[in-house]
Design a protein around this ligand. Structure first.
Ligand code: ADP
Length: 598
């Protein structure tokens, strides 16, 4: 499927045409860009099959350049476009997947402009022009914020008055398409599933952010409500005490608009040195310029601080990935950031760091032999990732709505043979009290007690058969009763989970494996095909009825040969949706939320 991708920034337009095959295999057919718009002129660069053409052309602005694209593609012999993908910076709190950009979607996205005043208007302008130019093609938006919709409330919430939070003040995070792509690329390079890895993605371009990609999902990124929070950037400040607003207003008489403008456009490397370009800053620092030296120190220190913070947030880190113009090209910046991280098992190989070659989408590893943390460098490929997401979106099977029975799981434990022996005595066996609906699974007659620093939970059910590792599943409310911060995990993903004390009649154990089980749908290949679901997919499921009806986002689909089709949620989730016995859910399409009238 041939996809044209538009990445329209506030001052540039980047284009790519990709042929996306099965499994996301991609060939780039055309690459182009316009930038430096000024009165009646801009620069351009086009490239296809080894031929490059660059120069100046008479386009005043982004709209004029966008309108010229069909002619350029025709000149370069690129035809047969099936869909147009657009990078959109801000998708707000609901858009976690690609969206067809029709009138209703555009109107809705315009409402988000106050959240991304620099970026969204340019993105949407390109969409409008492209819709006029290619009225027959699907126009699909892929959102920078979407990857971060998995961030938990403790990450997205600012500790500010309720009225402000009700008005939409929260952390979103950006660069999601880039972080998602490089995390996948790093997992490929390590030949391990993304879902098993704790990755810190460090995107250092003109904009810069760090993202903790925990077991395949974004846990946190350093940008917040706007792309201003976090790292030092080309012209943006990154973290600044919000008290600065009052101070600057009172001391210098600056208005909110003046302060905000300076934080976006006259800060970062530019504010510190006069140049927003890291190459200039590095050159000047090397020539003895003290301002440039401080800028480099501060830039690297802030990035290293975030890496340390995110390693702590994830309880460890398997790989750090560098990308973006600075991350890809500046060996000295990578070195400054990584030096001093030996304490967490990260050591660079200096020769490999100096010899990085990214030709052919390579993702070289540059850690020293014996380093526990891999360090990877790779080019980001936001356009390619957008093309892949658009192709996957268009290739989705049409889902036939079918009711899915919803089952509510109370707190329970799965025991290993060693745990069983420690709790119930050597040679003890569990008694099957009643079978569960998933074939081969049952509830035992025996019970255990869970003990945490705040309290204990008695008569906790044991589910059989025995497993390789002990796993304890509680609700979020239970986690407060116990007094332990418990992560939401898919069953079996127990790396770095907290330790809990379990009491049995014959003894006690302290074991890790304590989780809040992520909601999921069990199903079998036949039902999955009928519902248009695939193993490992995340879907939205609407459950309950009336004023307590709820849509549960990101519900994992697990297809097993003998799976009994049933959605599993925990007691907190059931209470939130007022769910009782016999409740059913239905997989819904995200676009149905965007266009409730259609
Ligand atoms: P954008 O975020 O606009 O896509 P890029 O990812 O292209 O930006 O990053 C631009 C930054 O990368 C600039 O600060 C530039 O100086 C820096 N950069 C590019 N090449 C090098 C290099 N060889 N050494 C140091 N910095 C570099």
């Amino acid at each position: 499927m041939r996809i044209l991708v538009f990445n329209a920034g506030s001052s540039s337009l980047k284009l790519g045409v990709f042929d996306i095959g099965a499994g996301g295999a991609a060939v780039q057919r055309f690459k182009g860009g316009y930038e430096r718009f000024r009165a009646g002129l801009c620069t351009y660069r086009f490239e296809a099959e080894g031929r490059v053409e660059a120069g100046e052309v008479a386009h005043d602005d982004l709209a004029a350049a966008t309108a010229a694209v069909p002619g350029v593609l025709a000149d370069w012999g690129v035809d047969g476009i099936a869909a147009v993908g657009h990078r959109v910076v801000h998708g707000g709190p609901e858009i976690g997947a690609p969206v067809v950009l029709d009138d209703a979607a555009l109107a809705r996205l315009e409402g988000l402009t106050p959240l991304a005043p620099l970026h969204n208007p340019a993105n949407l302008e390109a969409v409008r022009v492209a819709r006029r130019v290619w009225p027959e093609l699907p126009q699909i938006g892929v959102f920078d914020t979407a990857f971060h919709l998995t961030n938990p409330a403790r990450v997205t919430t600012y500790a500010v008055p309720k009225a402000w939070r009700d008005a939409g003040l929260r952390r979103f995070g950006f660069h999601g398409t880039s972080h998602h792509y490089v995390a996948q690329r790093a997992a490929e390079a390590l030949d391990r599933p993304l879902g098993d890895l704790r990755i810190i993605s460090v995107h250092l371009g003109n904009g810069a952010s760090v993202c903790a990609v925990n077991l395949g999902a974004s846990l946190e990124s350093s940008m917040g409500l706007t792309p201003l929070e976090g790292l030092v950037m080309g012209t943006r400040s990154g973290d600044v005490d919000p008290g600065a607003f009052g101070y600057l207003h009172r001391q210098l008489g600056l208005t909110i608009e003046e302060i905000e403008h300076a934080l976006y456009h006259d800060s970062g490397l530019k504010g510190l040195t006069g140049s927003a370009d890291m190459r200039d800053v590095e050159d000047r620092a090397g020539a003895g310029d003290a301002e440039a030296q401080l800028a480099i120190n501060l830039y690297a220190y802030r990035a290293r601080k975030y890496i340390g913070a995110y390693a702590a947030a994830m309880g460890g880190v398997d790989a750090v990935v560098f990308t973006g113009g600075i991350g890809e090209n500046s060996a000295s910046m990578r070195r400054r950031i990584c030096d001093g991280l030996d304490f967490m098992g990260l050591r660079l190989d200096h020769d490999r760091n100096m010899g990085v070659d990214l030709a052919g989408r390579a993702a070289p590893q540059i850690q020293a032999y014996g380093s526990r943390v891999a360090v990877i460098v790779t080019e980001t490929a936001e356009q390619l990732q957008i093309a892949r997401e658009v192709a996957a979106h268009l290739a989705r099977p049409v889902q036939a709505p079918r009711p899915i029975p919803v089952a509510v799981s109370g707190r329970h434990v799965h025991l290993s043979a060693e745990s069983l022996a420690a709790l119930f005595g050597a040679g003890a066996e569990l008694t099957i009290a009643h079978p569960l609906r998933q074939p081969g699974n049952w509830a035992a007659a025996e019970r255990v007690t869970l003990v945490g620093p705040k309290g204990r939970l008695e008569h906790v059910a044991i589910l059989g058969p025995l497993r390789k590792r002990t796993q304890i599943e509680v609700s979020r409310t239970d986690s407060f009763a116990l007094g332990i911060d418990v992560p939401v995990r898919d069953s079996g993903q127990l790396e770095g989970t907290p330790v809990i004390r379990i009491l049995g009649p014959a003894g006690q154990i302290d074991t890790d494996g304590l989780i809040v089980a992520a909601r999921h749908i069990h199903t079998n290949p036949t039902d999955a095909a009928a519902m248009g679901l695939t193993d490992g997919e995340l879907v939205d499921v609407r459950v309950g009825s009336g004023d307590r009806a709820l849509t549960f986002a990101r519900t994992l689909v697990r297809v097993q040969p003998t799976g009994f089709t049933e959605m599993h949620i925990d007691t907190d989730e059931a209470n939130a949706a007022g769910i009782g016995p016999g409740c059913e859910g239905e997989v819904v399409d995200l676009e149905a939320h965007l266009h409730p009238e259609s």
